[in-house]
Design a protein around this ligand. Sequence first.
Ligand SMILES: Nc1ncnc2c1ncn2[C@@H]1O[C@H](COP(=O)(O)OP(=O)(O)OP(=O)(O)O)[C@@H](O)[C@H]1O
Ligand SMILES: [Mg+2]
Length: 360
Amino acid sequence: MPVLVELRGVSKHYRRADTGETVVAVEDVSLDVHQGEVLGVIGYSGAGKSTLVRLVNALELPSSGSVTVAGKELTAIPERDRRLARRNIGMIFQQFNLFRSRTIAGNVAYPLKVAGVPKDERDRRVAELLDFVGLLDRAYAYPEQLSGGQKQRVGIARALAASPDLLLADEATSALDPETTSEVLGLLRRVNKELGVTIIVITHEMDAVRQIADRVAVMEQGRVVEVGDVYDVFSAPKTGAAQRFVRTALHDRPSVDTLARLRERHPGRLVTVQITDEAGLQNRIDAVFRSAGVTAELVYGGVGEIRERRIGSLTYELTAGGVAGGVAGAGAGAGAPDAIDRAVASLRADGVTTDEEAAA
Ligand SMILES: Nc1ncnc2c1ncn2[C@@H]1O[C@H](COP(=O)(O)OP(=O)(O)OP(=O)(O)O)[C@@H](O)[C@H]1O
Ligand SMILES: [Mg+2]
């Protein structure tokens, strides 16, 4: 896929006004954003996400490195040309940033007015955009009369007014409840699929990444520490930061507390198996348990989808000998741990990821 945004060795250092100390906001980031994709950028507060966004649209210039968008090296052209190039980059914000004194239509029309688009063409475009975001009937309402989700839809319409190739969303759903968040993410997905707009979604919520992104970049202390397809990062996060984010979004693994509770009620060995979209996986797992003579009782877990690929985790209580509970009072499975060891070993040998201390 062609590259729309190319960051090469980009760093941004600030000097703190009070102490004179240097703050490293972004450090040596090299990253390609492909045309037509949704890239999620995730990281904790202070990781450098918003700074990265401001560097992509060249509202700030890097301390070192280059930023190229749609073939224009923004870091190498005069500010005048940067202003023009920025029209190709839409932006939406957590606080919507709408003009309170303008109607919904007026807000969406504003960037077109600035760009010198004639009134009749402007009106036509505004109607088209409001229709796309489902707010045509609110054209003459004012922002304060709208809900948060509706305001963000206006923000999206306004950001799309000049038909940009790239849309930057900085914590665009962080002020919204989960249901409204899903609606807005669904709209962004349509912007991507139906209008072909490339989107960079900045967020600290892995759930948002899961719902919308094709790829994800994980930021930590100014650096991109991991980048990959969303499914790959969710199913096999490599860095500690990615692992922590994945746990917040997948609710199929027992927490430490849940695991302790499960242990009280289930004296057999608790083994958590990772479910991927590999065909026939469930059959293979069942066959392993059967041939080892192990009884596997499903006690926790769930299976869902990311980008239409199966992902999940199942926690089993394993007891040996096919007699759940084993000899009464002796501790289930304790009589024949070998069979369970064999079963777990053969799952691992088969490439199935298992975990006995798995806790979210
Ligand atoms: N204009 C500035 N002057 C000085 N330091 C700054 C400036 N902008 C950002 N920083 C610092 O750079 C680091 C990264 O900030 P940034 O806002 O990019 O993080 P973030 O990942 O967007 O965080 P959040 O999730 O809280 O929005 C922080 O330590 C921040 O204090
Ligand atoms: Mg930020």
